[in-house]
Design a protein around this ligand. Structure first.
Ligand code: FAD
Length: 511
């Protein structure tokens, strides 16, 4: 730890990804007098802390930051070609895999399940796609979900029409619209993918990382402190079920509220290590089964002069075919600047004419899909060792087959196939793991927390992250989990204000 640990604060936040950062921001806005300590297991990569690594100037510096995010067994090489993994599991720069325990005998497992350990978490490495959930993806018992999603868009600085002028974007959208729009409600038709990205006045692209979520409001809050390199080992809970603080290293920090925003593996792990072992903890684990394909646009005019759009990303459009109940898939359409595989003997494709397609399915939820934690074995960080139990059901296989049909429909509408057929990625490849501390409307054993994200039976303990999402969402989940974090942070802020007012009225000393 780079700074001395505080003895006591009002709120402790564990984990500095987008959801932990959202708690810090809303508390800084709504309860600026509250003292808040955020403990993060990994190192700070940037100043300001939590910046997206794509915003780091220079390939060498960017690769070094990715490597520093990869935990205790980093794999990204400091020279190019960082994708190889000796075990041949899909491994992305800036993330690390479970070394073992990712696949039980006879099960599908989650071989590609990944995490990031750095200030900013995966939010320093993400693509920034921020679609809204629709139909069966939505959380029916949250009546204010749309207003919370609006707030999440504000915190993540989401642009609903990014790259409007990118080459061939209109062609891609109109071809897909002809194939997919008939019968769809207006808000669920083919459209640009909302992205957490903006342009600076000088035209440079800025990708949203948790630094943007923190914003100057949090950074300038004298009552907020971020502690990098500070893994939390326990949440301290009193015998009558009230949170009392956390243990960081061998130091106890007292707190009135604790928020665990430590990803879908390590949030339930920390609760398990702390003796908070609700029946649903670690269960209903779900990753989005995913199929991918690529095409080259057919019959397009020669490229316009793109020299003014600036930068590789400025040339790329990202489109969205939203989920509906009739077609329960999330389609992500990325115009690429180069083919993912070499086009042997072909002419150089114009930027924007190679289109990557990714269709994500919602998982068939089962309580048996779970992360189990060991009482006897420890992981690299000295925490209860996780092991994955995960199986695709017949419905999942049917859903993947239907998604392959849909992706072929999209590909046929757009152009010439690159490759023979869509690929199905290894389970875990979506990087969107949900359900392991899921929210529910009532404490009936099938959820870990209530609608404000407070853990059942432990007053003052909140959980955050994709792990809180209870529905089998197929779209990219971060916007939704930041929305749920907004609701939780507002709840803490109003309780702090009320408790302080009550304490002042009775002559207490709480500030
Ligand atoms: P994380 O960002 O995972 O942060 C959790 C933090 O908790 C980590 O920094 C970790 O070090 C810390 N931590 C863990 N245990 C402890 C402990 N005991 N003590 C202290 N700290 C701890 N999502 C989308 O919605 N759209 C996308 O386009 C998208 N693209 C992606 C592309 C890539 C390459 C990657 C890697 C991810 C992508 N994601 C995307 C997923 C997205 O990044 C995550 O959904 C999001 O970051 C989750 O936020 P979080 O705050 O819950 O957790």
């Amino acid at each position: 730890m780079t700074r001395p640990c505080p003895e006591s604060v009002d709120v402790v936040i564990v984990g500095s990804g987008p959801t932990g950062a959202a708690y810090a921001r809303i508390l800084s806005e709504r309860a600026p007098d509250a003292t808040v300590a955020l403990f993060e297991a990994g190192p700070a990569l940037t100043d300001p802390p939590g910046m997206h690594v794509k915003n780091i100037a220079g390939d060498d510096a960017r690769r070094a930051a990715q490597r520093r995010s990869e935990g205790l067994r980093p794999h990204t090489s400091l020279t190019p070609s960082p994708y190889a993994d000796p075990a041949r599991r899909l491994q992305r720069p800036g993330t690390h895999l479970l070394p073992d325990g990712y696949q039980a005998p006879g099960e599908d497992g989650l071989p590609a399940l990944a995490m990031s350990t750095n200030v900013g978490g995966m939010g320093a490495h993400w693509t920034g796609a921020c679609p809204r959930p629709g139909y069966g993806e939505r959380i029916a018992f949250l009546p204010d979900l749309d207003e919370l999603l609006d707030e999440a868009e504000r915190l993540l600085e989401v642009d609903r029409h990014p790259f409007a002028g990118a080459p061939y974007t209109d062609v891609v959208r109109s071809r897909l619209a002809s194939a997919f729009d008939p019968g769809r409600a207006p808000g669920r038709r083919v459209q640009p993918m909302p992205l957490a990205v903006h342009r600076r006045p000088d035209g440079a692209l800025v990708w949203t990382g948790p630094d943007v979520v923190f914003g100057p409001t949090t950074r300038n809050n004298p009552n907020f402190r971020l502690y990098p390199d500070s893994p939390v080992r326990r949440v301290l809970v009193s015998s009558d079920g009230r949170v009392e603080g956390v243990r960081v290293g061998d130091h106890d920090v007292r707190a009135r509220f604790v928020v665990v925003a430590a990803d879908a593996v390590r949030t339930p792990q920390l609760l398990f290590a702390s003796g908070v072992r609700l029946p649903a903890l670690g269960r209903y684990l779900n990753d989005q089964p995913q199929t991918v394909f690529a095409v080259r646009l057919r019959d397009v005019p020669p490229p316009a002069d793109i020299s003014e759009t600036g930068g590789i990303v400025g040339q790329s459009g990202v489109g969205w075919v939203p989920y509906t109940d009739e077609k329960p898939f999330h389609g992500q359409v990325m115009q690429l600047d180069a083919s993912p595989i070499p086009l042997v003997g072909d002419d150089e494709p114009a930027p924007g004419t190679i289109v990557g397609l990714g269709w994500f399915c919602g998982k068939d939820l089962q309580a048996s899909d779970r992360i189990a934690f060991s009482d006897t074995e420890l992981d690299d960080y000295g925490m209860p060792k996780p092991s994955i139990h995960y199986t695709l059901t017949e419905r999942d296989h049917a859903s993947l087959a239907a998604a392959r049909t849909e992706i072929m429909r999209a590909a046929s509408a757009l152009g010439e196939f690159i490759g023979d057929r869509p690929l199905v990625l290894a389970p875990g490849a979506s990087l969107h793991y949900q359900g392991t501390t899921r929210m529910g409307p009532a404490d009936d054993g099938t959820s870990v927390c209530g609608p404000t994200s407070e853990v059942w039976g432990v007053t003052g303990l909140y959980v955050a992250g994709n792990n809180v999402i209870p529905t089998p969402i197929a779209c990219n989940p971060t916007l939704t989990s930041v929305a749920l974090a907004v609701a939780g942070a507002r709840d803490i802020a109003s309780r702090l204000v009320l408790e302080n007012a009550a304490s002042a009225a009775t002559g207490g000393d709480r500030a």
